[in-house]
Design a binder for this molecule. Sequence first.
Ligand SMILES: O=C(O)c1cccc(C(=O)CC[C@H]2O[C@@H](n3cnc4c(=O)[nH]cnc43)[C@H](O)[C@@H]2O)c1
Length: 205
Amino acid sequence: MATAVPAERDAVARAFPGDVLAVGVGPARAAAGTATALAQAPYDLVISAGIAGGFAPYAPVGSLVVADEITAADLGAETPDGFVPVTELGFGTVTHRPPADLVREIATATGAPAGAVLTVSTVTGTATRAAALRERHPTALAEAMEGFGAAEAAAAHGVPVLEIRAVSNPVGPRDRASWRIADALAALTEGFGKLTPVLESWKSV
Ligand SMILES: O=C(O)c1cccc(C(=O)CC[C@H]2O[C@@H](n3cnc4c(=O)[nH]cnc43)[C@H](O)[C@@H]2O)c1
């Protein structure tokens, strides 16, 4: 399990008995930290977890979401006609898909909706960009900064990946006063309390 910062690690570890590592903020730190862990020990599953911005009204502050798709939303090129993902330029990948059966079971156990969780290197700070992201990714529930990096590392090691996020702020105009980090961390702990039995039985199948 990879979180960005120690506060997220501790929130997850309160309810989840497996290894939980705080690997740093952003997709590059997530990829490097996750790949290092996977090179040192065998794991059945990588989980990227932490707080996130939620797209209103689909993912309100304090709610939990589970990714059915982990997509790098700003990996590409800006053109006069708009954003073009690297895949359309002939390179790499922009999306990883967690195991559908596991996503369904987690959604059922936690009540969290399943949808795309976007990975960005720049936190969205305007309504215009929030709307553009939802237009390009109509199933997006949340944005965060690590999922795609962890997913790339997991894919390189042939290990499935999940992303679970608790919403600390709305995606949109920058407003630090509106952040509810404590509420999101509490939702993360509560969510992992409910999904840990699902993970344990999935592992033993
Ligand atoms: O300064 C700002 O306006 C600002 C707004 C939201 C988040 C940040 C961060 O630096 C947090 C990065 C950290 O938390 C995750 N996170 C939480 N909310 C968001 C978001 O709205 N968009 C992207 N990432 C978010 C992220 O995964 C990082 O680990 C600053």
